[in-house]
Design a protein around this ligand. Structure first.
Ligand code: 5GP
Length: 197
């Protein structure tokens, strides 16, 4: 439980650091096993920036030969309209691709990504997401591997941010009062790291 000075609940731990470690370890081993027959290394595609913590831990749990590249995308304002800010440096034609996502919510972003990558003629295309908010899905989208299914709550930590903050929290926190956080974006900082401001 994370409370503000007035004792109001701001957030709570949804997935502990220990649970993340354990689940990501299992997931990494499972994915590595499913790629172990390939003649060429799979290419992991990480979507910046939220997936970086997950990516780093997942890769370490995959004891197979693999390659890595990054993409950065942003929403255009209207849902489903996505713009590529940074494209891949790798030619993905004929490659086995694994998109590494932090969270799938409405599915619009992943749907766009999968369509875009499929047009580049990869040998195969799969997705792993750490978190899945399945109840919020607007477009059906394939997700081959997932870490945790979570309820419809806003989460931060382990790479996920609120206005650029809280990525470095080692656990996943569910924000209880998003309006309170929007009003005072530092309220969780005070609780997590002490009064630094
Ligand atoms: P979708 O296109 O599936 O609706 O949204 C995917 C993106 O929305 C994620 O990659 C992430 O950037 C953002 N997002 C969705 N839900 C959350 C959440 O609970 N917390 C944070 N920090 N970002 C979220």
């Amino acid at each position: 439980m994370i409370e503000d000075d007035a004792g109001r609940l701001v957030g709570r731990t949804l997935v502990s650091a220990a649970s993340l470690r354990e689940r990501v370890g299992v997931l990494g081993a499972q994915i590595a096993e499913s790629y172990s027959d390939l003649t060429q290394p799979p290419l992991l595609i990480s979507v910046l920036k939220g997936s970086t913590f997950f990516l780093a831990d997942l890769m370490r749990a995959m004891s197979i030969d693999l390659n890595l590249d990054f993409m950065s995308i942003s929403s255009y304002g209207s849902p489903g309209i996505v713009r590529i800010l940074k494209d891949l440096e790798t030619d993905v034609s004929g490659r086995d691709l694994l998109i590494v996502e932090d969270i799938v919510d409405t599915g619009l972003t992943l749907n766009y990504l999968r369509k875009t990558l499929r047009q580049r003629d990869p040998a195969s295309l799969r997705t792993v997401t750490l978190l899945d908010k399945a109840a919020r899905r607007i477009v059906p989208v394939e997700v081959e591997y997932k870490g945790f299914e979570i309820p419809d709550v806003f989460v931060v930590g382990y790479g996920l941010d609120f206005q650029g903050r809280y990525r470095n929290c080692p656990a996943i926190l569910a924000v209880r009062d998003i309006a309170r956080l929007a009003n005072d974006p530092l309220v969780l900082v005070d609780q997590l790291y002490g009064k630094a401001r």
